[in-house]
Design a protein around this ligand. Structure first.
Ligand code: BJW
Length: 236
């Protein structure tokens, strides 16, 4: 990401599950969140998938079906970030840990979903990534290569390398403002972005969250409240 000298500083935005909470999707670690309903070792690790692929597919099938519910829509925070991308004269990169598609549906174009996408599936046999809006199971054959049992959710599990890391670090190294929105900051490498930036000393860093995260003191500033209120207040 490199901009002409006259452009305003590039902005990098990191979002987490908290931004989609006001759209009706559960976070992972809040009270009653996803990790209190299922064991992450069972559904979000390569070992869990090897042990019981049907259980893992069922977990993601249910979340895919929930995302397709007409009641689940982008909220004011997603829309505000899409407006920011459209109106800001410099570059805006939206890095999301979320696998929902609410940023894209709100109109954001420059989105890097670093933990994958719920509405895609990947073939372990031929590495093809396909749009996928229905249920999957170990019995389904890959439409690209015909091999059965090789499809897996296109998501990043613990122990796997998140996506687009080179592009993300290049953008971080170049940015003048970093916004972290609705993430607990407990999962690396995303949790390390703010320390990376304070080491570089070039960007202003701002946390927007319901309440200060454990790493709040690493940020230059913080603004706290529901994302659907705080994000539009910052952007507009
Ligand atoms: C609101 C709100 C409202 C609520 N408004 N805000 C020890 C030290 C350092 C690292 C490690 C370690 N041991 C293991 C690791 C690595 C590991 C890791 O970080 N583990 C930690 C738990 C310690 N990381 C990895 O394995 C990652 N890969 C990696 O490191 O690769 C390197 C490598 C690989 C191989 C070889 C060598 C090197 C991969 C991590 C993958 C994470 N995947 C998941 C599941 C994705 C698919 C799915 O969705 O099912 O990603 S886990 C889950 O956590 C999901 C999320 O993206 C991620 C982050 O969660 P997030 O978004 O922050 O949500 P919450 O719930 O935690 O927080 C919600 C926040 O919202 C809260 O702060 C609320 O306050 C706030 N909120 N309502 C605004 N209305």
């Amino acid at each position: 990401m490199s901009a002409p000298a006259s452009s305003p500083p590039p902005i990098v935005i990191l979002t987490g599950a908290g931004i989609s909470r006001d759209s009706g999707l559960d976070t992972f670690r809040c009270a009653g969140g996803i990790w209190s309903q299922v064991r992450l070792e069972d559904v979000a690790t390569p070992d869990g998938f090897r042990r019981d692929p049907a259980r893992v597919h069922a977990f993601y099938n249910a979340r895919r079906a929930q995302l397709a519910d007409p009641a689940i829509q982008p909220n004011a925070a997603h829309h505000a970030l899409a407006r920011l991308e459209q109106d800001y004269p410099g570059e805006v990169l939206l890095v999301t840990q979320n696998i929902d598609d609410l940023h894209q549906r709100a109109g954001s174009r420059c989105v890097l979903p670093m933990h994958g996408e719920l509405r895609k599936i990947r073939c372990d046999a031929c590495a093809t990534v396909l749009p996928w809006d229905h249920d999957c199971s170990p019995a389904v054959a890959c439409p690209a290569c015909g091999i059965a049992g090789a499809l897996r959710p296109h998501v990043v599990w613990f122990g796997e390398m998140p996506l687009e890391m080179d592009r993300i670090y290049a953008a971080l190294d170049d940015c003048g403002l970093f916004l972290s929105i609705g993430t607990s900051g407990t999962v690396y490498p995303a949790a390390g972005f703010v320390s990376h930036l304070s080491d570089l000393g070039m960007a202003h860093t701002l946390e927007l969250n319901l309440a200060p995260s454990e790493g709040a003191s690493l940020f230059d500033d913080g603004l706290y409240g529901p994302a659907s209120e705080v994000v539009p207040a910052v952007v507009d």
